[in-house]
Design a protein around this ligand. Sequence first.
Ligand SMILES: *Cc1c(COP(=O)(O)O)cnc(C)c1O
Length: 346
Amino acid sequence: MAREYEPVESPDETTVFAYHDLTPPTTADVYRAHRTVSEYLPQTPLVRCEWLSAELDADVYLKREDTLPTGAFKVRGGVNLVSRLSEEFRERGLIAASTGNHGQSVAYAGREFDVPVTICLPEDANPGKVRAMERFGAEITYHGDDYDEARSHAERLATEEGYRYVHSANESELVAGVGTGGIEIVEELPDVDACLAPIGGGSCASGYCLTVGELTDADVVGVQSRAAPAAYRAWRDGHLAPHDTMETTAEGLATRVPFALTQEILREKLDDFLLVEDDAINPAIKRLLEEEHVLMEGACATAVVALMDHHERFKDKTVVLPVSGRNLAVEKLGRIIGDSHATSPE
Ligand SMILES: *Cc1c(COP(=O)(O)O)cnc(C)c1O
């Protein structure tokens, strides 16, 4: 076992390594990331949502992060991190554990920069997502019955083989990369009043805090499902304790543990944090599909629900919400379209 690659103590319940700098990035770091990310990824459209604008008597814009390759905003972070990887890790390769968009982001960035990538998954991982990661050239390793077991396996392999373990939130370069979407918002819509961000690990909201929050008068407002409120509790109460329950249907937000780096940013800079009912998420996905023909994951639908729950607050305001991802499993989509007729007035 190579000693220099052994885990070091983390302020939260996750595993970090010596190369994880837990100092939050600055707005200047996000600008630096923007120069890199804009070379490799297209700027995403910021499109007025006519339905929500009319419904809420507001100017609501969708930041179409679903148009990125991989279909989710996280690839901005992956590209930035891998572009700055040291020579040593370029050869050894990257490892991550993810059943979803984080894994796809690392796999995509690895292919872009010609760095080998291993993704650890639980045995019952969603085959659609596995196919996407394989298409990006990642090696898939199955281990265990759930995400936590797969994650422990990834950490063990990182220690033994000296792979660069890419954490899903405690990575300054990931957060800076994700923030580049916020720079695009600021440049196109400097008069924005509020920017909503679904929060799982907190990289998306942190990125918007460092850009939209710092460079405009807008409030950055986090959103989480009441059924998985780990980050909300940690933010509100100032701790990093894991939360027992985690039952949300929005897999992009299914995190039990609050993360040290993103919590530090959110505690200082996030203006507000709203919780929504979990059973309102699927009907919101269906409405967006019906009214705008935009397909979104449950994670971003939480922001739509928050907007509707708090319509008085956002009336007459210019509001941005990211379509943070489009990787909704087709079986799930079928159930959503099939079972929520009651939400549609027609
Ligand atoms: C990961 C993810 C989120 C949550 O982002 P964090 O940076 O983990 O807070 C929201 N939406 C989608 C689609 C995601 O993949």
